[in-house]
Design a protein around this ligand. Structure first.
Ligand SMILES: Nc1ncnc2c1ncn2[C@@H]1O[C@H](COP(=O)(O)OP(=O)(O)O)[C@@H](O)[C@H]1O
Ligand SMILES: [Mg+2]
Length: 340
């Protein structure tokens, strides 16, 4: 039998039934992977960034570069300063000292809405979806430069109607992608916690950003939905975006991060690829000591992590196919919602 003739019996399983392995991005840094190490192509460069609250120094970052086109995880114990650093970089809080740039241009003192216009968006640890607006209206709020918002142009509907339709189309494409299209006309308040996280991520993409910063995207999300969220984050990189995310789940970090930055007590205490960082005794001391159930010696690729990893939720491991996980997750969330 020639190699390109396939009988129904030896045909491969239908595509879409298993996750497609996606390569990690390597060769991101220059020289030894130490805190503050230079990157080959940094998208963010921060210097001497400090922020104190009363007597507490929340952030004290000497030097940090975030590599472009990769997925970087920011990890560290509670109170390490991760959210505060996100707030500073995105203009939601003011630093006491320091400079930082995005795409080579200084962002210090630039307000949040202008930061977003430059292509840097973030989501929040606690979701900020506006409950009394519909899912679609939440999405439309994410779009920028809407002509209808300008006073004079707003009085001439022909100027904004076509743009509004275009924004609606773009929103619908994203909602479909995040499996929220059936909820477009529902109030955001009616969504489950996991769906609100998905909505926030979808909404952040309305601005067509270059850098997406996600603060604990998995927190409060039904475990059955995590595979779907992981895939969405990997998709962002495939579409050419840079991702910086905060996460506590080491399984997820190892699974999707190309680079890991570790914070403790406001400082950067380690940097490196996930495998190396998780073997670093300083990291184990500063952070992973509290997570001894993780087998730090197990180093797996993305897919084997899903298939058989002692740190994976046992139930999730059993249902290894990503599609099953996604669909089950959505069904479960819907059941949960009906039960309320
Ligand atoms: N608005 C604030 N007012 C006072 N203290 C704050 C504020 N925001 C953060 N902190 C303090 O700064 C430190 C870092 O907090 P945070 O950035 O939220 O840490 P993480 O996100 O790593 O858990 C903590 O000690 C926290 O209590
Ligand atoms: Mg936080």
């Amino acid at each position: 039998m020639s190699s390109n003739s396939t009988s129904p019996n030896d045909a491969p399983p239908a595509t879409g039934s298993a996750p497609i392995p996606r390569a990690k991005t390597t060769g991101l840094h220059v020289g030894d992977a130490a805190p503050g190490v230079a990157k080959v192509d940094p998208i963010i460069v921060a210097d001497g960034v400090r922020r104190s609250f009363g007597g507490v120094t929340a952030v004290d970052v000497e030097h940090l570069e975030i590599p472009r086109g990769a997925i970087t995880a920011l990890i560290g114990p509670n109170g390490a300063g991760k959210t505060t650093l996100f707030n500073l970089l995105t203009g939601f809080d003011q630093a006491d000292h320091g400079t930082w740039s995005f795409e080579g241009k200084s962002l210090a003192g630039v307000p949040a809405y202008k930061v977003a216009r430059r292509g840097l968006v973030r989501t929040f640890q606690l979701t900020k979806a506006l409950g009394l607006l519909t899912v679609m209206d939440n999405m439309k709020l994410g779009a920028q430069h809407q002509r209808g918002e300008k006073f004079w142009a707003g009085m001439i509907p022909a100027l904004w109607r076509s743009q509004d339709a275009e924004i609606g189309d773009r929103a619908m494409v994203l909602l479909k992608k995040f499996k929220l299209d059936a909820k477009a006309d529902d109030f955001a308040a009616s969504l489950s916690g996991g769906q609100r996280k998905l909505l926030e991520m979808a909404r952040s993409l309305m601005t067509e950003p270059t850098l997406v910063m996600l603060d604990e995207p998995m927190a409060g999300v039904n475990p059955a939905l995590t595979q779907s969220l992981l895939d969405k984050i990997l998709d962002l990189k495939d579409e050419g975006m840079t991702v910086l995310f905060v996460e506590h789940d080491m399984h997820m970090v190892r699974h999707i991060a190309d680079w890991v930055v570790v914070m403790a007590e406001g400082r950067i205490v380690a940097e490196g690829d996930p495998t190396t960082v998780m073997r670093n005794p300083a990291v184990v001391d500063a952070y992973l000591g509290a997570h001894q159930e993780l087998d730090l010696g197990v180093v797996t690729g993305r897919i084997s992590v899903i298939e058989a990893d002692p740190t994976t939720n046992a139930e999730a491991s059993a249902a290894a196919a990503a599609i099953t996980l996604v669909n089950d997750g959505i069904a479960e969330e819907e059941d949960e919602e009906k039960g309320r």
